[in-house]
Design a protein around this ligand. Structure first.
Ligand code: SF4
Length: 77
């Protein structure tokens, strides 16, 4: 069975660049203040969500393993 992820957007960091929407249009929504929200905070692991996190210019997208809370992105130092 694949991993399950918990996805959060740190809205104090998000600058509304919409890169996440570009990489994962079904997985992120921008609200009227151009703040990004995960469509499903708890979701199956998916390449495009990781790509969104990796390409966010301010590293506002944090992915952890659901359950253990282990860091997926940004990776543990
Ligand atoms: S890519 Fe990052 S900064 Fe841009 S809208 Fe998405 S979460 Fe916000």
């Amino acid at each position: 069975m694949g991993d399950r992820w918990h996805v959060e957007v740190d809205r104090s960091l998000c600058i509304g660049s919409a890169q996440c929407r570009h990489h994962a249009p079904d997985d992120f929504r921008l609200d009227s203040a151009r703040q990004s929200h995960p469509a499903e905070p708890d979701t199956d692991a998916a390449e495009q969500i990781l790509a969104a996190a990796e390409n966010c210019p301010v590293e506002a997208i944090v992915i952890t393993l659901l359950g253990s809370g282990e860091a997926v992105f940004p990776p543990e130092e």
